[in-house]
Design a protein around this ligand. Sequence first.
Ligand SMILES: Cc1cc2nc3c(=O)[nH]c(=O)nc-3n(C[C@H](O)[C@H](O)[C@H](O)COP(=O)(O)O)c2cc1C
Length: 190
Amino acid sequence: MRTVVINGSPRKMGNTAAMLKEMAKFADEEGSRTDYLDLVDLRIADCKACMKCREQGECAQKDDLAMLSTVIKEADLLMLGSPVYMGAETGLMKCFTDRLFSFSAGVSPTELESRLTGKRKAIALFTCEMANGDRLYSYLSAGYARMLGSVLNCEPVLTAIVPGANPAWGLRQSPKAAETLELSRRFIKG
Ligand SMILES: Cc1cc2nc3c(=O)[nH]c(=O)nc-3n(C[C@H](O)[C@H](O)[C@H](O)COP(=O)(O)O)c2cc1C
């Protein structure tokens, strides 16, 4: 089993990282070889919409997406994590997920289609400060479940939003943190 964990927070020791690292331990317990990557350490430019990926089968830009694409192709389990910034994922995560367009082979009438064969499990995790953030930002869960399913051929996909995650106090006041970890433990082992 191979797992890739991608942290989209600029804070490498923050709330999102704390959750992702606990979740990575569950994969390790299953004997997984796990790559943990912080997007803030990588060089990933904006998608330029050149559409060369449609002809070449991969992104034409030469940056760290090439390395990420290799590990994603080999992964059985993909975990993406981002804090909520202004009601959305961070710019780091958005920049990265826009570049995942290079994995789409084309468009059916209603959906992007993946060029990846084989299914991989995925988890999309968000942490946020608002106490009702799990309901407030549920569109993030829906959007990531759809994107991961179509573009990266991920199935099943677990999405979770951990509310009450204060930038300074961390996850202490977030009752959903433990619940989310337990859900992810069962998802990874199941
Ligand atoms: C620039 C910025 C914007 C934020 N916007 C929101 C927001 O819209 N909604 C929210 O609930 N929390 C918001 N937060 C709080 C973070 O999402 C939350 O504290 C998160 O757990 C931080 O994750 P990290 O420790 O991994 O960086 C924001 C924090 C920052 C720094």
